[in-house]
Every structure is written in structure tokens, then in C-alpha cells.
Design a protein around this ligand. Structure first.
Ligand code: NAD
Length: 494
């Protein structure tokens, strides 16, 4: 059995605590992947001190050269794609087709970041005074603390790390304790690609210890966190008190709307993928299905038939549609919400329990579950479950559908199926989400567009695309006066 290590101060090292936690395959818990460091505050201290040295070196490396390292990272991920997909499925359960997509998102993000090293634009604008230049440009900030969740073990770390690195910052990385193996291999790849060792630190461990120590560390001025809204609240309060720059990506309660004029078979395909892909454990997962009454009964009948045909199983076995939940606590949370749904009077149309198939007895499996007759405003309709549970809400028209979509505290993703171009554009205008899809499911963001949510999903920043580079760099302004005289702005102009 392998005991994995942290990467701190340029070396693979055991944790100061000498304590480890086990990482097991959620499809079959008899399969032990390895033991990973349950690090302590001392490990974070050493990591931050090293990352400060790394920052001093890296900030002086030209941005195009920083980008070249990320291009090589992308090249290595291309050659190791299958291996990365397999180890990710083994430790968090989603089927190989999805973990291959996860790796591809990392590759796309690497190549985007590589070329961004040759842009990182500032502005040169006319000064109001003669013989004077005025320009803005971007500077690195310092040590960034990157804290990530389990559901996209590679893609989410790359969304944060690649722009942070291209902008010239160093990194202290704490992957989710549910997916430490992917974090380990990712750091190996960064080093193989030539990233100077002290620029990256990997500290494994529990959120309440390692994550908290990073968040509270005075020498970590930039934090990027993706995870639950509860944890995000703690991170946000601390960052506010300590005046840190913070990007938060948190929970969702995303809806797919299907109107009477929609292509129904297309919409059924969309909701099955949106609700049960990654076993419902995506921040953008379709958790609510809002159906116009004219198609409601027909649509539910077809959807339930198709959901019952989904094959539960080990994501590494060909033919599996839906893998396990990531751990037992997640499955218990799903069971709790099934009970809540029943007590609120919703009708269970399919699923609702653990599978009885003996071959699935050693994993955290749960049947794809659909509730109909769900009331807007009920707990089932309002709260993030993060599992394979879909709530169907019946509405009279598009106006009511939009109001139901907007009636939750989250605002990540939404989707509308309609053939009416007027309604489609109204949806783009009026749905309170960071992303709206027309005739496509709530999941499927592309790496080169800004990603993030409104309301309690986020705090206004975006990952992906061009906007994230603003987050990881500080704008500075330079004025050069070559007039040889004192020129006073606002006084001596014109
Ligand atoms: P989580 O909040 O339990 O954990 C996320 C990370 O935070 C982990 O690395 C964890 O160790 C760490 N952490 C836990 N407590 C901490 C603390 N006190 N201080 C600092 N760090 C701490 O979330 P999860 O279960 O891994 O992921 C699921 C959640 O993530 C869902 O709510 C989902 O919607 C959200 N998510 C959001 C997005 C998005 O982009 N909006 C993307 C993926 C996941």
C-alpha cells in the first residue's frame, strides 16, 4: 500500500503530523487507492514560506515563458489522458466518458492560459497633459491559496491554477480530501513540465485544518474557493475581515424549463444528462425540471421510462451510465431529501432507494430518482441535494416558469427548451443565472468562456475565459512625464 506525500519546499515530504487518511473507490470500497497526508498547520506554514520564495522567482519570469510551461503541461495531459481519466473515476466514481471530459477541460484551459502569457493586456491611453504618457498594466499579486471540491478533480484545479500561474503568482493547493490522487498526479505533471518547484505547494488534508489554515494565513493575499455555500460563508467572512482578494464558486439549484412547443425528445435527452450525469454531483446539475402543463404528463411518462433504463455501475466498466455517490455521507444526505420530499407531499415517480443488485453492494450507489408534484417554495425545490434527485414542477406558462426558476437563493445555470425565438431571448434576458442554455441542458460550460453564478452561488467573479485573468493580477497605472516641467493634472491641462 502506498503512503502518498505532500509537495512542500521543493520536496515530496511526509506530513508533520505523521497522520494519514484512506482514499477508497466509491464504487467498491474494498479497493484502497492509498493513504494520503492528514496534514497540520505546520505543513501549511512551511508551504506558504516556500511559496513566497517561489513567488519572488516566478514574478520575474516573463509571462510568455510562464505560458510555455503551461503549454507543456497541456501536452503531457494529452499523452496521459486515459491514465488520468481512469484514476479519477477510480477515486470519485463518475464514468470514464465524463472523466475524459474533465481531463480535456484541463487541456483546453492549459492551452488557453499558455497563449494568454503573450497577451495579459493593459491599456495605453492619451494623457490630458502634453508630453506625458499614461498606461495601465498588470502585476502579479503573491501567494494564492486554491481550495477545490471533489466533483471535477482536475478541471477545477486547472481553472484556478493556470491563470494564477500565468499571471505570475505562486500556489498553495489543497485538493478535496475525496480526490487526493488526482491532485498528486497533477502536481507531478506541473513539475515534469518545468514549473520551478517552489512555485507550487501541495498540502493534503481536511478542510477544517488545512483549508482553514490557508484561508486564515496572513501571507496568502489571494484565495479561490469552490465548494459548498456553507464552507464558502466561512471563507468569505475570513477573507473580508483580513482584506483578501477572494473568488467564491458555490452551490446551485439549477432548472431546466420545457415549454409546450419544445422538441420533447431533445429535452428528455437534455434532462437525463443534466440531472443524472456525475450522479447529480455537478454544481450545474439539473435539480429542478419545470414543465408547462400542456406537455407535463407526456413528458414525465417518457422521462421516467428513460430514467429507469439508466445503468448504475462502476464508472470504469463500459456501458455504465450513472456511477456511485462520492461517499456514504452524500448518500445519506440524498436519503434525507427523499424523506423530506415524501413528507412534503411530492410523489415519487421512480427511484428513491439504494439498488438491490448484489454487484453494487460495496459502493455508494443510489437509484436515479424523480419526484413529481413538487411545490415551488418547498425544501425539495429550494435546497441543494447534490445527488441523483430531480424535482418536477408544473407551471401554466413561460412567465410562471421564469418566476419559479428565479425563486431560489442560488443562480448558477438554467436552461430553456422552446422553438419560440422570442421566449428564448426573454430567457437569456430575464433568468437570474450566470449561464443560460437554449435547447441544451444546464451542464456543458466551455473552458474559454466566463463561468460563475449570481446570488448565493458566487461573489461576482468568474472563472474560465478572459475575465479570470483580472482576478489573478493587480492593475497598476504608470504615468511618464517627459515635458521637463511640473504639470498639474486637472489644473494645467488645456
Ligand atoms: P466542500 O465545501 O465540502 O469542500 C470543498 C473544499 O473545501 C474541500 O477541499 C474541503 O476540504 C474544503 N474545506 C472544507 N471545510 C473548510 C474550511 N473550514 N476551510 C477551508 N476549506 C474547507 O464541497 P464539496 O462537497 O467538495 O463540493 C460540493 C459543493 O461544491 C457543492 O455545493 C457544489 O455546488 C459546489 N461546487 C460549485 C461549483 C461552482 O463552480 N459554483 C463547482 C463545483 C462544485
Amino acid at each position: 500500500m502506498t503512503d502518498f506525500k505532500n509537495f512542500i519546499a521543493g520536496e515530496w515530504v511526509a506530513p508533520s503530523t505523521n497522520a494519514y487518511f484512506e482514499n477508497r473507490n466509491p464504487a467498491d470500497t474494498r479497493d484502497l487507492i492509498g493513504r494520503f497526508p492528514a496534514s497540520g498547520v505546520d505543513d501549511v506554514e512551511r508551504a506558504v514560506a516556500s511559496a513566497q520564495r517561489g513567488f519572488d522567482l516566478w514574478k520575474r519570469t516573463p509571462a510568455p515563458a510562464r505560458g510555455d510551461v503551461l503549454r507543456r503541461v497541456g501536452d503531457i495531459m494529452v499523452t496521459r489522458k486515459e491514465e488520468l481519466a481512469d484514476l479519477m473515476t477510480r477515486e470519485m466514481g463518475k464514468p470514464l466518458a465524463e472523466t475524459r471530459g474533465d481531463v480535456q477541460e484541463g487541456i483546453d484551459t492549459a492551452y488557453y492560459a499558455a497563449t494568454e502569457g503573450r497577451r495579459l493586456f493593459g491599456h495605453t491611453v492619451p494623457s490630458e497633459l502634453k508630453n506625458k504618457w499614461a498606461m495601465s498594466y498588470r502585476r502579479p499579486i503573491g501567494v494564492t491559496g486554491l481550495i477545490t471540491p471533489f466533483n471535477f478533480p482536475l478541471a477545477i484545479p486547472t481553472w484556478k491554477m493556470f491563470p494564477a500561474l500565468v499571471c505570475g503568482n505562486s500556489v498553495v493547493f489543497k485538493p478535496s480530501e475525496d480526490v487526493p490522487h488526482t491532485g498528486h498526479v497533477f502536481v507531478e505533471i506541473l513539475l515534469e513540465a518545468g514549473l520551478p518547484p517552489e512555485v507550487i505547494q501541495l498540502v493534503h488534508g481536511m478542510g477544517e485544518v488545512v483549508g482553514k489554515a490557508i484561508v486564515e494565513h496572513a501571507q496568502v493575499p489571494v484565495l479561490s474557493f469552490t465548494g459548498s455555500t456553507d464552507t464558502g460563508s466561512f471563507v468569505g467572512e475570513t477573507a473580508g475581515r483580513m482584506h483578501k482578494r477572494l473568488s467564491l464558486e458555490m452551490g446551485g439549484k439549477n432548472a431546466q424549463i420545457v415549454l409546450n412547443d419544445a422538441d420533447l425528445e431533445l429535452a428528455v435527452d437534455g434532462v437525463l444528462w443534466g440531472a443524472f450525469g456525475t450522479t447529480g454531483q455537478r454544481c450545474t446539475a439539473t435539480s429542478r425540471l419545470i414543465l408547462q402543463e400542456g406537455i407535463h404528463d407526456r413528458f414525465v411518462a417518457r422521462l421516467v421510462e428513460r430514467a429507469r433504463a439508466l445503468r448504475l455501475g462502476d464508472g470504469r466498466v463500459a456501458g455504465t451510465d450513472v456511477g456511485p455517490l462520492v461517499h456514504e455521507a452524500s448518500r445519506e444526505k440524498v436519503e434525507k431529501y427523499v424523506a423530506i420530499g415524501r413528507s412534503e407531499g411530492a410523489e415519487l415517480a421512480c427511484g428513491g432507494s439504494r439498488p438491490t443488485d448484489a454487484s453494487l453492494a460495496h459502493g455508494f450507489f443510489f437509484e436515479p430518482t424523480i419526484f413529481t408534484g413538487v411545490k415551488a417554495g418547498s425544501r425539495l425545490e429550494q435546497e441543494e441535494i447534490f445527488g441523483p434527485v430531480l424535482s418536477v414542477i408544473k407551471v401554466a406558462d413561460a412567465d410562471e416558469a421564469f418566476a419559479v426558476n428565479n425563486g431560489v437563493k442560488y443562480g448558477l445555470s438554467s436552461s430553456v427548451y422552446t422553438r419560440d425565438v422570442t421566449v428564448a431571448f426573454r430567457a437569456l434576458q430575464d433568468l437570474d443565472n450566470g449561464i443560460t442554455y437554449v435547447n441544451a441542458p444546464t451542464i456543458g460550460a466551455e473552458a474559454h468562456l466566463p463561468f460563475g453564478g449570481v446570488k448565493q452561488t458566487g461573489n461576482g467573479h468568474r472563472e474560465g475565459g478572459w475575465e479570470v485573468y483580472e482576478f489573478y493580477s493587480e492593475t497598476k497605472v504608470g504615468y511618464v512625464d517627459f515635458s521637463g516641467a511640473l504639470q498639474r493634472a486637472q489644473i494645467d491641462n488645456y
